[in-house]
Design a protein around this ligand. Structure first.
Ligand SMILES: [Zn+2]
Length: 93
């Protein structure tokens, strides 16, 4: 099995939270997240955002995917939370 990287996890997260992914893929993501603190934090913040977006609508309203702007904002927050070792950036100190 190919080891998923954080960026790949991110790309699937909104579908993951919407339970739109196959069960085996969800498991793969779960397994990655369990051993990856930046992903844990990111999933928490994304879940909050999704809950907020849905809570803002009326109960009759269909859940909508996150807007591109929101996803971009979250992606930047996510990338800034990924440790340097994952970004493969040489240590500056
Ligand atoms: Zn990760």
């Amino acid at each position: 099995m190919t080891k998923l990287e954080c960026q790949q996890i991110f790309a699937m997260l909104s579908e993951y939270l919407d339970r739109e992914l196959p069960a085996d893929l969800c498991e793969t993501i779960d397994t990655h997240i369990e051993s990856c603190p930046p992903c844990v934090e990111f999933v928490k913040s994304l879940e909050k955002t999704v809950a907020y977006c849905r809570g803002a609508g009326s109960p009759d309203e269909q859940p909508r995917p996150l807007s591109a702007d929101k996803l971009d904002e979250l992606r930047r927050a996510y990338e800034s939370s990924v440790p340097p070792v994952i970004k493969n950036r040489p240590a500056a100190s």
